[in-house]
Design a protein around this ligand. Structure first.
Ligand SMILES: [Zn+2]
Length: 340
């Protein structure tokens, strides 16, 4: 089977964290592991924050390192694709300090179609301008919505089509988040390895762009609980990467956020930052077993640089080692598209 290793490349959604510790260093770590095992990475770069940093006098150097890293990774055959968190629109700095982001724009799906189309166009052009000087045939072909907030998806799909983006890779079948401020609900996703969409990301269509979903699986509730508890007690974020997962202005009770986590218990993504190797292997095998008639099936792993810890690196290495032994092929969105 094929494996796409995707990683969301960004600081925290409220603007906390710094690019060096939450992006550049952990990505270096991941890229080193990938090169040891001949694996390719697909980096979903959140272009709005990088260009906001680029435009600021005092923080520009952080963005410069990010851009160099994306160019270098592309030269080595890794893929870079588009990830957007619209709260970064109009981001500004005062004496090097980021001013509060616009949390009304947290969900790209809540924006109107003109704004969506413009953001996607700007992000795609930004990536192509960055990567083409080092990889002449580079194309931005894939998209993942920030915080998985792609629903309702009609207008976003239209905006992606207008911008010649051929793949969305946001849907994580079975996953859901009930908070009003950043909801998504993929519980009705089709049981397919990929499908085409033209109005609703969960509705297979004859024409349109591809939905290439993030691989998910059911695991035992106790097993999942064990993984969460183990991570809470034994794991630390990447060195120097500190930030907050909360949405500014949204007060969610601790009880509600705990219940939210429990409602997803037993259902996991193929997440290379948070899952131990044995779970990653199980989730990948379950995915393969779901599609016995497709020997060429592709599993899409996800991860985040900002929570890719020393521990994640150890587990990711074991997973890579297993994948190589199984003769699974690492691929990227650009390569996948050429075959479909
Ligand atoms: Zn993100």
């Amino acid at each position: 089977m094929n494996i796409i290793l995707s990683i969301d490349y960004e600081i925290f959604g409220d603007g906390s964290g710094c690019m060096d510790s939450c992006m550049v260093k952990p990505l270096d770590n991941i890229l080193n592991l990938c090169s040891q095992y001949g694996a390719l990475l697909s980096i979903f770069a959140e272009t709005m924050e990088i260009s906001a940093f680029q435009a600021s006098n005092l923080r520009k150097s952080e963005a410069d390192l990010v851009c160099q890293q994306l160019q270098q990774a592309s030269k080595e055959g890794h893929d870079v694709q588009l990830h957007l968190h619209p709260q970064w629109q109009d981001a500004s700095f005062s004496q090097g300090q980021l001013n509060p982001l616009d949390s009304n724009k947290w969900r790209i799906a809540n924006l109107d179609i003109d704004e969506q189309t413009q953001l996607i166009k700007t992000g795609k052009e930004w990536l192509e301008n960055l990567i083409r000087p080092v990889c002449a045939d580079y194309q931005c072909v894939a998209f993942r919505a920030g915080g998985w907030c792609i629903q309702p998806s009609h207008s976003i799909i239209q905006s992606l089509q207008e911008n010649n983006i051929a793949i969305d890779s946001t849907v994580a079948p079975g996953a859901k988040n009930n908070s009003r401020a950043d909801w998504f609900n993929f519980s009705k996703a089709p049981q397919m390895a990929y499908w085409k969409v033209d109005t609703d990301v969960l509705e297979p269509a004859l024409n349109g762009i591809y939905e290439l979903p993030i691989t998910t699986s059911k695991i035992g509730i106790l097993n999942h609980l064990g993984i969460i508890l183990d991570r809470m007690t034994n794991d630390l974020p990447p060195h120097g990467c500190e930030g907050s997962y909360s949405i500014p202005g949204v007060n969610e009770s601790r009880l509600f956020s705990k219940l939210k986590k429990l409602s997803n218990l037993g259902h996991v993504m193929l997440d290379i930052s948070t899952m131990p190797a044995n779970a990653l292997i199980k989730i990948t095998e379950n995915w393969q077993r779901k599609f016995p008639d497709d020997p060429d099936v592709t599993a899409v792993a996800i991860g985040h640089t900002k929570n890719f810890s020393t521990r994640s690196a150890l587990e990711f290495e074991k997973y890579l080692d297993w994948a190589v032994q199984q003769n699974h092929q690492f691929t990227t969105y650009q390569q996948w598209l050429k075959k479909h």
